[in-house]
Design a protein around this ligand. Structure first.
Ligand code: GLY
Length: 382
């Protein structure tokens, strides 16, 4: 199938949200079209680009040149790199810079960056003058297939991740697959976990395609555009049916209950990127599903094998420093899972699999069962 794929013109995915519907434009070198697309969307608007230092080094001038060529005035707001920017102080800095740049109700904020920049700039846009529109230009694979789509924006509280935020949909998403060429292989792989997630949770045929074609996607062939577009289509379909996560949107959290606990246990540090935690979490969710008799052991092993083939960590023992720290303690992991904001009234809700390619929300999973399951996995010899 890959042989028939070609780098083509833009692929457009529609996020069908009524009067807040928007397009996701996917393709190589789409950043060059930013100015023309913004001019068509919002004639006469001023813009401010929010980005971080590394992304600025690679892509800010190109984005600014595209806006300038379309006659659009823009300011730049450069934030610190990493999760540390998603704080009250970070929000204050971005908001004040946007006010100083005289971004008004009909203007546009442009988030040029990965998930942190998108969440922070999107939240600042949501509260600036009670709501200014924003455009997402995601520059990481994770942001292209997940965080830039669906309108979740926010910052962290000292008490937990993403505890302050707003649903604020972008008015346009431009996913330029060429910008992914400057990601480190590890960052790319971590984003890939979220791509594989769409296959595991809702599309076995896509998972099978990924098993065959993931190497091409890593190299940057047209398989990459196909995978990003398929992922965005899957997310757009779920978000358009359940924007506020009252039901099926929770399926997108497959692997995240375990994954967030592991991220917290490793101090949200470089020891475990978010996507790596999701990869291990997805394998644990598949194995727990098998333990509960919902899928076969072979299907759980298939999920693990593919993620490992893609170079992702898939077992707790793959986490750097696994043996030295609290990671070996099932009770500590249980406590971290109980603090996850997706937990309701102390009961553990898991996204599990009733087939490879069909995830389900399982509320009230017996904590003792999960503790025993984790103990067994923690004792696994590699
Ligand atoms: N990343 C999960 C969601 O957008 O709902």
């Amino acid at each position: 199938m890959t042989a028939t794929l070609k780098h083509s013109d833009a692929i457009t995915v529609d996020v069908a949200l009524g009067d807040r519907a928007y397009d996701i434009i996917i393709g190589r070198d789409m950043l060059a079209s930013l100015g023309a697309r913004v001019a068509a969307l919002r004639p006469g608007a001023r813009t401010a680009i929010v980005t971080d230092r590394t992304v600025a080094k690679h892509w800010l001038e190109k984005a600014e040149a595209s806006l300038a060529a379309a006659g659009i005035a823009t300011a730049r707001v450069i934030v610190d790199e990493g999760e540390g920017a998603k704080t009250y102080a970070g929000l204050e800095r971005v908001s004040e810079a946007l006010i100083a740049a005289r971004i008004e109700r009909n203007d546009l904020v442009i988030a040029l960056g990965g998930g942190v920049v998108g969440d922070l700039a999107g939240f600042a846009a949501a509260i600036l003058r009670r709501g200014v529109d924003f455009v997402q230009v995601p520059t990481s694979l994770l942001a292209q297939v997940d965080s830039s789509v669906g309108g979740k924006t926010g910052i962290n509280s000292p008490q937990g991740k993403n505890l302050l935020g707003a649903f604020h949909q972008p008015v346009l998403v431009i996913a330029d697959t060429a910008v992914l060429d400057t990601l480190s292989p590890r960052q790319f792989r971590a984003g890939y976990a979220e791509v594989a997630k769409y296959g595991v949770l809702g599309d076995e045929a896509f998972f099978t395609w990924l098993e065959k074609n993931h190497a091409d996607l890593f190299k940057g062939s047209a398989a990459r555009e196909y995978a990003v577009a398929t992922s965005c289509r899957a997310k757009a379909a779920i978000v358009s049916r359940d924007e506020r996560e009252t039901g099926e949107r929770a399926l997108l959290n497959l692997g995240h209950t375990f994954g967030h606990a592991l991220e917290a246990a490793t101090g949200f540090s470089d020891r475990l990127f978010h996507g790596e935690g999701v990869a291990i979490g997805m394998v644990l969710a598949a194995e727990l599903s098998a333990e509960l008799g919902m899928i076969s052991g072979q299907d759980a092993a298939r999920v693990q094998r593919h993620l490992a083939d893609a170079g992702l960590p898939t077992h707790l023992q793959d986490i750097a420093g696994f043996a030295q720290e609290g990671l070996t303690d099932a009770d500590a992991l249980m406590t971290l899972m109980a603090q996850d904001k997706k937990v309701k009234r102390g009961k553990l809700t898991f996204i599990l699999l009733e087939a490879l390619g069909r995830a389900v929300i399982v509320p009230d999973v017996e904590p003792a069962l999960v503790r025993d399951f984790l103990k067994e996995k923690l004792a696994r010899k590699k």
